[in-house]
Design a binder for this molecule. Sequence first.
Ligand code: NDP
Length: 356
Amino acid sequence: MSQKITNIQAYLRSFASAEACRLSVQDLSSLIATIFIRAGVPDGQAQILARTCVYAERDGAHSHGLHRIPAYLATLTTDWITPGAEPDIHESAGGTVLVDAKSGFAQPALAQAMPAVMRKASESGVAIMLMKNSHHFGALWLDVEPFAERGFVALTMVNSTSHMAPVGGTKPVYGTNPMAFACPRDGKPPIVFDQATSVMAKGDVQLAANSGQPVPPGTGLDKFGKPTEDPAEILDGGTLLPFSGHKGSSIAMMVEVLAAALTGGNFSWEIDKSGYTTAHTSRAGQFLLCIDPRSSGESAFTQRIEALARTLRESGQSRLPGDRRYANRKRSEDDGIAVNPALLLSWLEASQAGKA
Ligand code: NDP
């Protein structure tokens, strides 16, 4: 999008209410960063959080894009989170980087730990990052894509507030515990998958509830433990269900082991937000594994990945994970991102009010 806007707020005010407009990725990121700064997040961290939301929107991951801003703002009016917390980063003798995010956002803490994780992976072939006391409220692929862009294979998992029952259960125990994986390619964007362990991410259930749409059978139970296709009933004291029954349930359990037990962070069911009625983020943990394929002695790694991608396509897989996002990314970069000006202006006002 080539249009250069000198005053974004004046530009937004020039639209009638309910009229949509488009902003470039850069302009929208700068506006969202301003909103976070007004809400009390220090500049550097605000830029990272803004990218987290705007890049998700840019790539068509709407459940973790702009939709999240009101919940971020509501959370930032509480002491549940410490915006601007300085993470403790400790490099152990082995390949482990320990991070205590001190109840700050996960993404800025990861950005600070990332150079150490990559250096250790380059030295030893593999490194892990164990983060605790961190609030992750975004899409997870954003955490692994930068590793793959620098030639590393990366796998990450976070746990979150319990919204999902284990297989056979009727009450939430696990978070929707997503995992994301990224693998570099030669001269092409990385292969990246990122998925919740629930049938549907909670953000998508909220979007369905907002638009009055039912969710597919098997997505969740109501507060009485009965299957329901009404997203509002799932959100009102009900529970989400794991994908593929016992298989998703076991993966959610693994995420608790790696992201909570191993890091020292809260298990999903231990996250206690009582007393913080408007808080939405989870004070949980994050696990990240980083592998340097260049140190495996297998010099043909990238050719092997191309052979894999080719075989999948020849067998009929029309799209690799990540392809949809990359196509959306190109469209957003060319045409800008569609936004509701009145909504953006209301968030600007709310962020200022929240700070006061
Ligand atoms: P989706 O089911 O939409 O997608 C999961 C993955 O499968 C994506 O990598 C997607 O690629 C890929 N994919 C989807 N359809 C196909 C297909 N037909 N062929 C090949 N690949 C395909 O994701 P979820 O709804 O499970 O998760 C949504 C988001 O929610 C994630 O970003 C996750 O990180 C986030 N989340 C965050 C939480 C947190 O606490 N921070 C908690 C839970 C979820 P593509 O992207 O290209 O479509």
